[in-house]
Ligand binder design. Structure first.
Ligand code: HEM
Length: 353
């Protein structure tokens, strides 16, 4: 069963280390990049090719699976512009957006009134955000010190979109992969039953699940929900020996890094949770190379919560069911915002006695 999960895309990887690959995009080395624009046409053409859509020139060196995913991501971004056309679907989308905004404004106003009246709001994220914002505004002595209602609405939307589908696709891929590797399904179930029996999983027990954690990490590596991150230079920036002018969009192809044989070894495309048996830092040759939650100041604020949620969900499923893939399942990882199974996840669950 090993390696079956990516078999459809199983061409050999010709990948190399990311920073070296970045440098290789520039035929004449870093000096080839002008600080802004280009003097002659040929220079400008190469400059534009090397900087703006540099991922187009670089994807050819990635594995077909990673390449397909990157191209899908770029196409998605191009299609994003189509939302401004006055089509029926776009009008409906705007109506729904306005309705969501109206509902959220109502909820926020109700909570703020309750806070002003000294009533405790429920102990949830929105309550905490509004409480802290109000305290900040009072301390600052003016209404502009805190964030606006539109900002609060933005935060609500961000947490919903960033937090819901990501964890849901992680669980979906985990179910699929555990169907493909029943020996790991058994090992994960044995551990869950050993720790919890048939009790509802609790926080302490979940943090003791070693096999389940390894499985989730390996799924996050192979089927990284957010396949790429983007950053834009806001001033001339040097990166890996390359000088970029301001306004360049750089893409960190997480999925490609997670599938790089130089970083993860010859079995990079295979499902081998044991590579995480000594933790994340020892799993790859070239640490750190595991970025499912991003890195640096913008790292996912919900990563611990996401893993807790995924462990809880998976533990409860493993306690109650065994599962395998339906013959109608077709393996086709596909980027639609996040990495999804294109034709759905047809999994058959059998209740355990
Ligand atoms: C498997 C689940 C998840 C994955 C793979 C994931 C992945 C990521 C990644 C890669 C980023 C960084 C984006 C960037 O740098 O541009 C991010 C940011 C973020 N995530 Fe998650 N996430 C997950 C679950 C969650 C959950 C459950 C929540 C909330 C409860 C959450 C809330 C956020 C927020 C608010 C940000 C923005 C942080 C900022 O910009 O400072 N995520 N996530």
């Amino acid at each position: 069963m090993r390696g079956r999960c990516l078999a459809r895309h199983g061409e050999p990887d010709r990948g190399c280390h990311l920073s070296r690959r970045l440098r290789q995009q520039l035929p004449g080395g870093p000096e080839d990049l002008p600080a802004s624009g280009g003097a002659d046409r040929a220079h400008r053409a190469r400059h534009e090719q090397d900087t703006y859509p540099w991922l187009f020139v670089s994807v050819s060196s990635y594995s077909p699976f990673a390449r397909q995913s990157i191209v899908q991501t770029v196409l998605m971004h191009s299609l994003f512009m189509c939302r401004f056309f006055p089509t029926k679907a776009n009008r409906r989308m705007r109506q729904i957006a306005a309705e969501i905004e109206r509902i959220l404004k109502g909820i926020i106003a109700k909570r703020e009134n309750a806070l002003r009246a000294g009533e405790a709001t429920s102990d949830d994220l929105l309550g905490l955000l509004l409480e802290s914002n109000m305290a900040h505004t009072r301390a600052g002595g003016n209404s502009k010190a805190g964030i606006t209602t539109d900002d609060v609405i933005g935060e609500c939307k961000l947490f919903y979109f960033a937090g819901m589908e990501t964890t849901s696709v992680l669980l979906t891929w985990t179910m699929i992969v555990l169907c493909m590797h029943p020996e790991w399904q058994d090992r994960a179930r044995d551990e869950v039953v050993h720790v919890f029996g048939d009790r509802t999983p609790d926080y302490d027990g979940l943090s003791r699940l070693r096999i389940v954690t390894m499985v989730l990490y390996e799924v996050l590596r192979l089927y990284t929900p957010l396949t790429a991150l983007q950053r834009k230079t806001y001033r001339p920036t040097e990166l890996g020996g390359v000088r970029y002018p301001a306004g360049v969009v750089l893409m960190l192809p997480l999925l490609s890094v997670h599938h790089d044989k130089e970083v993860w070894g010859a079995d990079a495309h295979e499902f081998r949770p044991e590579r995480f048996s000594e933790g994340v830092s020892k799993a790859s040759v070239d640490a750190p190379a595991f970025f499912p939650f991003g890195w640096g100041p913008r790292i996912c604020v919900g990563q611990n919560f996401a893993l807790l949620e995924a462990k809880m969900g998976l533990a409860m499923i493993l306690q109650r069911f065994s599962f395998d893939l339906s013959p109608s399942y077709t393996h086709a990882p596909f980027t639609v915002g996040l990495l999804q199974p294109e034709h759905g996840a047809q999994v058959r669950l059998k209740r355990l006695q």
